[in-house]
Design a protein around this ligand. Structure first.
Ligand code: ZN
Length: 72
């Protein structure tokens, strides 16, 4: 099976390849940290929407954000 974003082989237990799985894990961890650091309660979608507008976000992360936002 292929990653749902790129053409690379996906890893077991994930719909993504190793790179996009890492990016998604990073996003999940940073979502939690964000809410703790700013005492906010952004939902997953709100957080992704916010990040998608930042210039500094890397390409792997951006691709995962796009897909995750389409899912919801
Ligand atoms: Zn991928």
């Amino acid at each position: 099976m292929r990653c749902i974003i790129c053409e690379k082989e996906r890893i077991e237990t994930s719909e993504y390849c190793i790179y996009h799985t890492r990016a998604r894990k990073y996003l999940q961890a940073s979502h939690k940290k964000w809410n703790e650091a700013y005492s906010t309660n952004l939902t997953w979608d709100q957080y992704l929407d916010k990040l998608s507008k930042l210039e500094s976000v890397g390409i792997w992360i951006k691709q995962v954000i796009d897909i995750e936002l389409k899912k919801s």
